[in-house]
Design a protein around this ligand. Structure first.
Ligand SMILES: Cc1cc2nc3c(=O)[nH]c(=O)nc-3n(C[C@H](O)[C@H](O)[C@H](O)COP(=O)(O)O)c2cc1C
Length: 238
């Protein structure tokens, strides 16, 4: 399994703000994604206002200064799922480079970020320098992750599920999800693998994109975008 998948966890206490070299490094990763996907991710290095009040952060987030605005044209097909899929690719690349990250949809003051007319800001990704986890971080994480699903709880098959799929499901259960609900669900039916989500919460499709990304990071291949999209082996066409 990719080391970044094993290493990744949501970080909620941050250290030194990003320096210029770090900002350049992160911007270059973002530009690559924007170029190939049509998303308009943007690194905002003065976002501390969004996390200034406990009223919004619930005391979860400390000293966050930089966020990546996870956004794209409102009319881009499968926008939320693409934010999840390509955003989690970015998360893993950031983890490779030892940055801390946390997807945030709720515990921030959203009004700090203005939206362009034709764009939708889906959520943000905090990015920053981190040290060892402190006690408040550990406490919040263990509280949110009181229960964690097993691979077999996130997939169903009409025949025995091949070992390579279960192997990739080990990476799926390690994926971040809003409020750790782990709602994405995989089906192996008639020899075809698909991934779906109930889509009854605003972040469900983001979670679906993230889960598909963790799957293909392990298996190779790619998924059709869309709720219930099918898996294909071979190299991705983007
Ligand atoms: C779309 C999305 C939105 C999230 N929003 C928040 C948030 O508002 N505040 C927060 O502290 N964590 C947030 N998280 C992080 C989840 O709580 C976290 O991924 C989950 O509990 C699993 O823990 P882990 O990422 O440490 O493995 C979010 C995650 C996702 C994928």
């Amino acid at each position: 399994m990719r080391e970044a998948i094993l290493k990744r966890l949501s970080r909620r206490t941050y250290g030194e703000p990003l320096d210029e070299a770090e900002i350049r490094e992160i911007n270059s990763l973002i530009q690559d994604i924007n170029k190939k996907t049509g998303l308009t991710l943007f690194l905002e290095t003065h976002a501390e206002e969004a996390f200034a009040s406990k009223k919004y952060t619930k005391g979860f987030i400390h000293h966050a200064t930089s966020v990546i605005l996870m956004k794209g044209p409102s009319n881009l097909s499968n926008l939320k799922e693409k934010i999840g899929y390509y955003g989690e690719g970015l998360v893993l690349d950031l983890v490779d480079r030892n940055y801390g990250t946390c997807w945030v949809a709720g515990t921030m003051d959203r009004s700090v970020f203005t939206e362009d007319d034709n764009e939708t800001l889906v959520c943000v990704l905090i990015v920053g320098n981190v040290g060892v986890q402190d006690v408040p971080e550990k406490t919040v994480r263990s509280m949110i992750r009181m229960s964690v699903k097993k691979p077999q709880e996130m997939i169903e098959g009409d025949t025995e599920i091949p070992e390579w799929i279960m192997h990739a499901m080990d990476a799926v259960v390690k994926a971040p999800s809003a409020m750790n609900r782990q709602k994405p669900f995989f089906r192996f039916s008639g020899g075809i693998l698909t991934a779906e989500v109930p889509d009854d919460y605003v972040m469900d499709l983001v979670d679906l994109g993230i889960a598909k990304r963790h799957f293909v990071e392990s298996s190779g291949g790619w998924f059709d975008f869309g709720n219930g999209g099918a898996y294909h082996s071979g190299s991705e066409i983007v």
